[in-house]
Write a protein that binds this ligand. Sequence first.
Ligand code: NDP
Ligand code: OXD
Length: 311
Amino acid sequence: MAILIIASHDRPDWWARELQQRDPDLDVRIWPDVGDPADITYALAWKPAPGALASLSNLAIVFSLGAGVDHLFEDPDFPAHVAVVRVVDPYLTAGIREYVLLHTLRYHRNQPALDQQQRDHVWDDRARELRQADEQGVGILGLGELGQASANALSNLKFDVAGWSRSPKDLPGITCFDGRGGLDALLGRSRILICLLPLTPETEGILGAELFSRLPMGAYLINAARGGHMIEADLIPALEDGRLAHATLDVFREEPLPGDHPFWDHPQITVTPHNAAITDPRSVVIQILDDIGRHQRGDALSNQVDTRLGY
Ligand code: NDP
Ligand code: OXD
């Protein structure tokens, strides 16, 4: 039984060190030094090269090194019989919650307009246009681990929070909508819209002109999910015709964001480098080793992804 780490962009040696500190007997290998591919039972992967996982004939579980698993399923040769486990981790959840609070409060307090006024050396009326939190409709697309943590934190600050999921939910203090039918109702009340959906064929391109047209005029957008949720060509027109006031984006179709991309310099766009939450190997390897133990005992895995749904 050997563990392979395929994480070319994500410090593979750090993951190997954390695993071996916890169990020095583990046979840990780092891609591309696989040795005999038939030895590999478990893979820890972030954006593996297409076909890499299919080449491992005895692979039983792929551990995504993040909460999202779209980076695995975009491989056309992804081995369908292999179990997929994703990260659900308190540090990751805290990172997203902080990001959502930071940028929601920034919008709630009208900070982008105030920053511009400071640059112009003048305060205008917008400096006094502040609402109460309970008058601020915040909508969250996705009410899973990260969406619920963010919704609860915003609700504790008295925001008027609603969320949207695939299946119906009943969450204290949160107005819950589900399915395509529920989306309109959520959008119509969301002056600040936050995307925390997984990227699947159903959610790809959801953030586009059609959705923007159903938000209140001058709404704010925060996308901390995936670049594939956004139809990028639709964003700047929506900002320039006033449909959207500002957008904060952590994720992009191409990452890192190319140097000549128009989002860098647009005055109504804030970009961050896909760092809303960072997976911390120190806590995540504990879960991975726990799941390996479960697998060897024949017990159910924690945080196993439904490969039919893609999240
Ligand atoms: P979860 O799987 O816990 O939650 C996903 C939520 O989205 C669920 O509420 C689910 O509904 C809902 N959903 C899925 N498909 C649909 C659909 N077609 N229509 C409506 N709702 C839908 O995921 P997490 O909260 O853990 O993570 C969400 C995403 O955040 C990740 O997939 C990843 O892409 C992104 N992410 C980004 C990070 C960053 O640094 N920027 C860091 C970590 C994650 P239901 O509850 O009914 O299943
Ligand atoms: C994740 C991410 O999916 O960091 O965890 O994007």
